[in-house]
Design a protein around this ligand. Structure first.
Ligand SMILES: [Zn+2]
Length: 86
C-alpha cells in the first residue's frame, strides 16, 4: 500500500523527531516499540494490538493518543525487521 505514511527508523535509544519509530529500552518493561507522530508526540505501539506486516505496514491505523492531537493515519515502519513488543 503505497499510500501509507512512512515512519523512519531511529536507531538510537533517544526520542526521534516526527515521523520516526524506534525500539525503546525501558528499564522495567524491556523493549518497547514507540512511534512519533507528525507533531512530535512519542507513544508506544504494541504488537499485541497492532499487526505489523513483513514490509512494516501497521494494521489497523495508528492514532496518536495525546489529547487534542488527532493524528490518525495508516503507517509503514521503514526498516522493520519483526519482533513482538508491548
Ligand atoms: Zn500526536
Amino acid at each position: 500500500m503505497s499510500d501509507r505514511v512512512p515512519l523512519w527508523r531511529n536507531p538510537t535509544d533517544s526520542p526521534g523527531g516526527p515521523y520516526t519509530w524506534r525500539i525503546e529500552k525501558h528499564p522495567v518493561l524491556g523493549e518497547l516499540l514507540t512511534a512519533t507522530c507528525e507533531r512530535g508526540h512519542e507513544s508506544w505501539l504494541t504488537t499485541k494490538k497492532h499487526s505489523i506486516a513483513d514490509d512494516g505496514a501497521v494494521s489497523p491505523s495508528y492514532v496518536c493518543p495525546i489529547d487534542g492531537c488527532g493524528w490518525h493515519v495508516y503507517v509503514r515502519l521503514d526498516g522493520w525487521t519483526g519482533g513482538v513488543f508491548g
